[in-house]
Design a protein around this ligand. Structure first.
Ligand SMILES: [Zn+2]
Length: 336
């Protein structure tokens, strides 16, 4: 099986998801036109709601397909506009009758644009995707003492803005120390009352911590927590945390990853291994069958943006490699 998603975000580009579906159809058309009968049936999946922009959680079409969520729960999900998934699928004629969880495929390979800058920066056409980063999202609330910015001596302050900035710096240093695939982001800081001459009473910020290795992700989380405890005592503030999301890293099938690499080389495409920084339907399929992904470059690393672009020759290289990978996998008795 191959495939991807055809939903998008409101300001999305035309390649995210659609490439994997259209290339899958192209694979089947190419087989038909050339009278190639694969040794196993090929299927192209169009998974519902990969982005999660309207209905939460994201990737729930593929999650339902593999049995991670039951169909009724998915159909009863209400979106940000008050619409129910089941009603909307009915409306567009997509409410199918096939039972879920469905039969696990022999293997799953998804072609997708990288949505990041790495392949383009390295001048490489094909990414053999090794897995998907684990993700830890937390909301941190810091309560301090609001006071006059002119009259409060520095030594007597309990300043949530200082603590928030300190946490952002700590995260940057942590990512630098860990190196490898560690990334950390403070994407949002709200200060209250948010005035120029007032030491704030409260700060609320978000932490986005990702790594491809679960042990390192857990170590980073523990270090951050320990740092928050130290800040509490040194600054005389109180800090509470709330987990917003937590996904373990997914490791793709080594046999398929190296097959993608060797087929790329055979077809004269430059290739490198890289992890995915974004979530994809393939990570759900990895629960039930040998799975991997093929990436092609995104110009300037831009995605979720109408300016998203991938050059035609790179799209073609990815689709050809998908064809060869699928036909080779079809011919394998077992994948292990
Ligand atoms: Zn996508």
């Amino acid at each position: 099986m191959t495939g991807s998603h055809i939903d998008t975000v409101r300001t999305g580009g035309k390649y995210d998801g659609n490439l994997g579906v259209l290339a899958g159809l192209e694979v089947i058309q190419t087989c038909q036109e050339n009278n190639i009968i694969p040794e196993r049936p090929l299927a192209v999946a169009f998974f519902t709601n990969e982005e999660g922009a309207r209905f939460a959680p994201d990737m729930f079409g593929s999650l339902v397909f593999v049995g991670g969520m039951d169909v009724e729960t998915a159909l009863d999900t209400v979106g940000i506009d008050g619409a129910r998934v089941g009603d909307e699928l009915e409306r567009i004629g997509y409410n199918g009758a096939t039972p879920c969880p469905a039969h696990a495929p022999h293997a799953f390979v998804e072609l997708h644009i990288e949505q990041g800058p790495v392949l383009e920066q390295q001048g490489i056409v094909i990414g053999a995707v090794t897995g998907v980063q684990g993700i830890s999202w937390q909301e941190v609330t810091i309560a301090g003492q609001s006071n006059h910015a002119g009259t409060t001596p520095m030594a007597l302050r309990h300043d949530p803005a200082y603590a928030a900035a300190n946490i952002a710096v700590f995260l940057r240093d942590l990512a630098t120390r860990y190196g490898g695939n560690q990334v950390c982001t403070v994407g949002k800081i709200d200060l209250h009352p948010n005035l120029i001459n007032v030491v704030p009473a409260k700060a609320v910020l978000t932490l986005d911590i990702r790594n491809t290795e679960e042990a390192l992700l857990q170590k980073a989380e523990a270090e951050v927590l320990e740092h928050l405890r130290q800040l509490e005592s040194s600054e005389g503030i109180s800090i509470t945390t709330r987990q917003l999301a937590r996904f373990e890293p997914v490791v793709f099938d080594e046999r398929i990853v190296s097959l993608i690499e060797s087929l790329a080389i055979e077809n004269n495409h430059s290739v490198m291994r890289l992890p995915s920084g974004a979530g994809h339907d393939a990570q759900m399929l990895a629960r039930v069958c040998p799975t991997a992904m093929i990436f092609v470059p995104s110009v300037d690393g831009i995605s979720h943006n109408p300016a998203e672009h991938t050059d035609d020759h790179d799209l073609e290289a990815g689709a050809n490699l998908l064809l060869h990978t699928m036909l080779t996998l079809c011919a394998l008795e077992t994948i292990a």
